[in-house]
Design a protein around this ligand. Structure first.
Ligand code: GLY
Length: 591
């Protein structure tokens, strides 16, 4: 299996050169200003700025990883020979360990010597108002015998920042050939010399007053799409022919022969991405990452309707994805993936099919029509554009659709503010809400009880229980978790007894602060949405972290001891989505 050899070769190559191998982080990033992880460097942001110490956390100034990455910006290009929404990004990183000379030499040697590939050409930064032309990289490439060196500008060869602010700097890229003769960018080598206190858009606009600030010690960040590299390595004309995608593509073709090649590719991409997103805890919804997932799934369902595909693509392909990737990404789980996918299909297939039928009758289409079709039938904008008859959807601009969307949101937000207006909250963590001191004490008790309940649910029902949501008010705690059936009365009783047992024992509640990676290794639970900083608190109930009844990554607040919390009772349970159950529970006290 070629990709597995290359995967290993890459990690070994850099490990042999003093890099610590760091596992991929979740697709749901720590940085709340970024919807989904889109690059290998994201989990390392604090190491560039000096906010974290790589030597301390990884035992080296240099790291290497293969990071699952999702690129929303590439959605419209999926189906060509080079773009995917989800890709595995190979990268080596240095936080003050080495700079241009070693970075270019390593990349050159890996491509030409380890893999025996030919470099077509490389690019360097042509310079801008604030940053000089990268003559140093040109000289290094020259010294390695590479002579086709092309200069490009800010838009193409200046990386970052990701999110609201971050490290950034000029890059040099390596281009190689596909069998079709097309040159593709395979490796992007970034020299993080600066910190920009704004977004990439602000940086590129040239109008921002914010300035590039030099980083104290410059770093290296590189990104090489595994799928593209494999296409070059295997002598293929597209990423879909590599052994990373081919099993998915052939399964689709087997299930529905005769589909257009581009349709097959979009299906393969969207199904693979959906499996990864769901396994990292994204659930379809109408906002943020959940909406990206929903769009992918609806596109698949839309294609099934349009191309009359009766085979169960969602289930069949999730099997292939898990077979292909499950040994590397251990959280890929066929059962929960197919439950979520099927759940979306059950909910939306009829509406989507009605919507597509109505769309087929349009002679002319405006952004307003498109929004109405979205609102009424759930047809995503890109599906409308693509499936409108006679290409009449092509001219509608995303920005006009977005305007309709915003107008609608303003109206519903005004409604929501009225409903909740007038409450001065003294605590609102998103999960916990309280308006005064007495409420604060109650929600704090319920918060600790929620941790105990999760631990108890896992003891009674097994490790498939994972938190999917939690909302705590003065009246109750509401907790969503993965589980595919109703709990029996006996199970409910067992959970209550376990929690009440801990309350009676009057155990202490404490936290320890540590790096995220270390915290995960303690066995602490950390499921929901995974937006954690690199330094986290592990709250545990019990005499020590090792012997704790419950441990979870959490920001608090919690009670100091469990005694006197009240009597824990599960009041209600229901199903909220396929494979997701919700319970409401409360603490009875005389307080
Ligand atoms: N951070 C460099 C890249 O992903 O291309």
């Amino acid at each position: 299996m070629k990709s597995e050899e290359v995967r290993k070769k890459f990690l070994d190559f850099f490990q042999d050169r003093g890099h610590a191998v760091v596992p991929s982080s979740s697709l749901i990033p720590d940085d709340p200003s970024v919807l989904l992880t889109s690059a290998g460097m994201q989990q390392f942001k604090p190491y560039y700025t000096g906010d974290a110490d790589s030597d301390k956390d990884f035992g080296s100034k240099n790291t290497v990883s293969i990071q699952k990455s999702f690129r929303t910006t590439d959605i419209d290009e999926v189906g060509d020979s080079t773009h995917l929404t989800l890709l595995e990004m190979m990268g080596n990183f240095s936080f003050g360990g080495y700079f241009k000379k070693e970075a270019i030499q390593y990349a050159h040697d890996f491509i030409t010597k380890e893999l025996g590939l030919e470099i077509s050409y490389v690019t360097i930064f042509e310079g801008s108002r604030d940053v000089p032309k990268d003559e140093e990289s040109r000289e290094i490439w020259n010294s390695l015998g590479v002579t086709d060196i092309r200069e490009e500008g800010l838009e193409d060869v200046f990386w970052g920042p990701t999110g609201n602010a971050g490290p950034c700097g000029p890059t040099t890229e390596i281009y190689c050939k596909y069998a079709s003769g097309e040159d593709v960018e395979v490796w992007n080598i970034v020299f993080n010399q600066f910190f920009f206190p704004g977004s990439r858009e602000e940086l590129l606009s040239g109008k921002s007053k914010k300035k590039l600030e030099p980083l104290e010690s410059p770093g290296v960040d590189t990104g090489m799409g595994f799928e593209r590299l494999m296409a070059v390595f295997e002598g293929q004309s597209s990423i879909y022919e590599t052994d990373l995608l081919e099993p998915i593509v052939s399964k689709i073709k087997e299930l529905k022969p005769g589909l257009d090649e581009k349709v097959v590719r979009v299906l393969a991409d969207h199904l693979r991405s959906s499996c990864f997103l769901i396994s990292d805890g994204v659930l379809p919804s109408n906002k943020e990452a959940g909406y990206i997932l929903r769009r992918l799934i609806r596109k698949v369902i839309g294609y099934e309707i349009k191309y009359d595909i009766h085979a169960n693509l969602l289930t069949e392909i999730s099997k292939v994805v898990v077979e292909k990737y499950g040994h590397i990404y251990k959280n890929l789980d066929e059962k929960s993936v197919s439950l979520v996918l099927e759940g979306e299909k059950d909910k939306f297939k009829t509406a989507l099919s009605k919507g597509l039928k109505e769309l087929a009758d349009y002679k002319k289409l405006t952004a307003k029509d498109a929004f109405r079709l979205y609102e009424t039938y759930g047809l995503p904008f890109d599906l409308i554009k693509e499936m409108a008859p006679g290409g009449i959807g092509k001219s509608i601009k995303q920005s006009d659709f977005d305007k309709e969307f915003e107008r609608h949101q303003k109206v519903s937000r005004a409604g929501a503010e009225k409903k909740f207006g007038g409450h001065g909250l003294i605590l609102d963590t998103g999960e916990l809400k309280a308006t005064n001191k007495i409420e604060l004490e109650k929600v704090t008790r319920l918060h600790t009880a929620t941790h105990l309940m999760q631990a108890a649910l896992r003891k009674v029902l097994g490790d498939q229980v994972e938190q999917r949501g939690s909302d705590i008010t003065v009246e109750r705690t509401r907790f969503d978790f993965t589980f595919d059936r109703k709990l029996t009365d006996e199970e409910v009783k067992k959970v209550e007894n376990l929690v009440n047992g801990v309350i009676e024992k009057d155990l202490p509640v404490n936290f320890e602060e540590m790096p995220l990676e270390k915290a995960k290794k303690t066995g602490a639970l950390y499921f929901f949405k995974g937006r954690y900083p690199l330094q986290v608190k592990v709250y545990y109930v019990g005499e020590s972290l090792d012997k704790a009844f419950s441990k979870e990554l959490c920001g608090g607040p919690h009670v100091e001891r469990t005694g006197g919390m009240g009597i824990f009772e599960i009041k209600k349970q229901q199903a909220v989505a396929e494979g997701i159950r919700r319970v409401r529970a409360d603490l009875k006290t005389d307080k």
